[in-house]
Design a protein around this ligand. Structure first.
Ligand SMILES: Cc1ncc(COP(=O)(O)O)c(C=O)c1O
Length: 365
């Protein structure tokens, strides 16, 4: 029956997620509690405590459908970021809103531009609608904004850009992104994916929401999966011009965000203390990992996110060696980085366990 599917769908290379803890424990015959997952850029502090309390209080409402308009969460986003509700699109994770941009705007006659080593959901979104890919070579693993602007063609409808990017952790200065936006024709949507934005130091926090009025072609996507610690609930959002948001909301499923996610996100947005703690812990953990891998003589890509990609050489062997010790990291050959492994920042003792295991695998113990 496969031949019934269009060629662009059959050409999709399925997204390979981080290996789950339960599967690893089963395969190794180990206790789940002894497995360390540093593979999916999750928050090692767990969920925001305020979100957890809100979820517990909402369990009795689960027989009802969620509020498909997301009224309360949009009101909370308005309070926190000054975003009018009609500018907002809520998603089952920010992957969902990225897909809504593609489904809402791209046709097979259009192209979309993104960088080499960019987050893999962009090619998936483009491929799913049968549009054309324009992949721009990276510079020092990062996004080359001039090359990205130069790659825009008359048939280009969307440019995707993550800042910081996954899996490289590379960061473009916001002033450079501002200049890039001035260069891109106003008929082209520019999607700035800020999944890791909360991890940026206070002086580098994103100014993009303030640019929405001047750039009706700008779409900013954010998630509560990373610093807010709610990856398992699936909740993200996009902010855009009301017309762009309107198109995205047309292709959205009416109940794409579940009730617990809505309730938890409202509470998590109020938990500034948790975000500050996560940011601090992450900065210390990044420094610990950088120092540790440097001591092992390994190169790494300087990261502004909650992970670091380390050049280990034979990544498949090192991945397997770490896995045998109960540590799951992420191979990123699918991102064009076959010699690197991506490691999510953990708690200090987790980072230390990873570094010790890496040292053993590399035979430097
Ligand atoms: C750059 C980037 N954007 C978006 C996402 C999507 O996250 P979610 O769908 O959990 O919001 C991720 C997750 O890994 C990511 O790395």
């Amino acid at each position: 029956m496969k031949e019934l599917a269009p060629a662009n769908i059959l050409a999709i290379a399925p997204y390979v997620p981080g290996k789950p803890i339960s599967e690893t424990a089963r395969e190794l015959g180990m206790d789940e509690a002894s497995i360390l997952k540093m593979a999916s850029n999750e928050n090692p502090l767990g969920p925001s405590p305020r979100a957890l309390a809100a979820i517990r209080g909402a369990l009795d409402d689960l027989a009802y459908y969620p509020d498909g308009s997301g009224y309360d969460l949009k009101a909370a986003l308005h309070r926190h970021f000054g975003l009018a509700p009609e500018r907002l699109v809520l998603g089952n994770g920010s992957n969902d809103v990225l897909e809504l941009v593609g489904r809402g705007f791209l046709t097979p006659a259009d192209s979309a531009v993104y960088s080499q080593h960019a987050f893999l959901v962009y090619p998936l979104v483009v491929q799913a609608v049968g549009a054309q890919h324009i992949v721009v070579p990276a510079r020092n693993y990062g996004t080359d904004l001039d090359a990205l602007a130069n790659a825009v063609r008359p048939d280009t409808k969307i440019v995707f850009l993550a800042n910081p990017n996954n899996p490289t952790g590379t960061f473009n200065a916001w002033e450079d992104i501002g200049r890039f936006l001035e260069r891109v024709p106003a008929r082209v949507l520019v999607v700035i994916d800020e999944a890791y934005g909360e991890y940026l130091p206070p002086g580098l926090q994103s100014p993009t929401l303030g640019w929405l009025d001047r750039h009706p072609n700008l779409v900013v996507t954010r998630t509560l999966s990373k610093a807010y610690g709610l990856a398992g609930l699936r909740i993200g959002y996009a902010a855009a011009h009301r017309d762009v948001a309107d198109v995205m909301n047309r292709v959205r499923q009416p109940f794409n965000v579940n009730h617990l996610a809505l309730v938890a996100a409202c509470a998590a947005l109020d938990d500034g203390e948790f975000i500050a703690k996560s940011r601090e812990m992450n900065a210390a953990g990044l420094a610990q990992l950088e120092e540790g891998v440097h001591r092992l003589g390994l190169d790494f890509i300087a990261s502004k996110a909650n992970f670091i990609s380390v050049r280990v050489g034979d990544a498949a062997r090192v991945y397997a060696g770490l896995l045998a010790q109960g540590i799951i990291v992420r191979p990123i050959a699918g991102y064009g980085l076959p010699e690197h492994l991506r490691v999510t920042v953990g708690l200090p003792e987790q980072n230390a366990r990873f570094l010790a295991a890496l040292q053993r695998v590399l035979g430097k113990a």
